[in-house]
Write a protein that binds this ligand. Structure first.
Ligand code: E4P
Length: 220
């Protein structure tokens, strides 16, 4: 399973990318706004840090303007994935851009039918928002299971299931059990994946016992 980080904060991206466990980054207009920076600058900086796909979202809602914005975003770096909304214009843009060799992430997916359309439009990634479905009392993970099952029936679909709107480590674990290709996670959730109280407790005990031996693996 690939891990993308869902943020436009370059300090978090630098820190987490150093782990070697980050395969890509996703941003959206809200995350860019939160960063307080200009989209072209921040995407360029992220692309220089993370070699994997970096999603940059168009702000246009109409096909022609989406293509114009996509051209600007694609010029930033070869690893930019153009993010388009799951609308008729967005999917039309997806088809045109993917036919032209661009990576395209189709965002704001809330149904299996929408995911099917995105795959037919040649999307590189489909982004179903699990947390936002959970928020309205629907099971976001059920949608992931449905999309993974449908895509498996059609091996010629090359679209990767990118689990988005992730709110907790449990979302990541459930997505991995289902077999989703990617989870894009906020920095806090990625940090949370490392944690277990028994790891901390066990390490503290090992260190105390080691100190008692008076030994050093490398002489001080
Ligand atoms: C990522 O591509 C999405 O834009 C993001 O995961 C949405 O997350 P949110 O529902 O927490 O805003």
């Amino acid at each position: 399973m690939k891990f993308f980080i869902d943020t436009a904060e370059i300090s978090d991206i630098r820190e987490l990318a150093a782990s070697g466990l980050v395969d890509g980054v996703t941003t959206n207009p809200s995350l860019i706004a939160k960063s307080g920076r200009k989209i072209l600058d921040v995407i360029a900086e992220i692309c220089a840090v993370v070699p994997g796909p970096v999603s940059a979202e168009v702000a246009a809602t109409e096909y022609d303007q989406m293509l114009r914005e996509a051209a600007v975003l694609r010029k930033i770096a070869a690893n930019v994935a153009v993010k388009v909304p799951l609308t008729p214009d967005g999917l039309r843009a997806c088809k045109t851009l993917s036919s032209d060799g661009a990576m395209v992430n189709v965002t704001l997916c809330f149904s299996a039918a929408q995911a099917l359309l995105a795959a037919k439009a040649g999307a590189s990634f489909i982004s179903p928002f699990v947390g936002r479905l959970d928020d309205i009392g629907q099971d976001g993970m059920e949608l992931i299971a449905d999309i993974v099952e449908i895509y498996r029936n059609y091996p010629h679909f090359k679209t990767e299931v990118l689990v988005a709107s992730v709110r907790s480590p449990m979302h990541v674990i459930t997505a991995a059990k289902i077999g989703a290709d990617v989870a894009t996670v906020p920095p806090s959730v990625l940090r949370g994946l490392y944690k277990h109280p028994l790891t901390d407790k066990g390490l503290a005990a090992f260190l105390a016992d080691w100190k008692g031996t008076g030994q050093h693996i490398i002489a001080p």
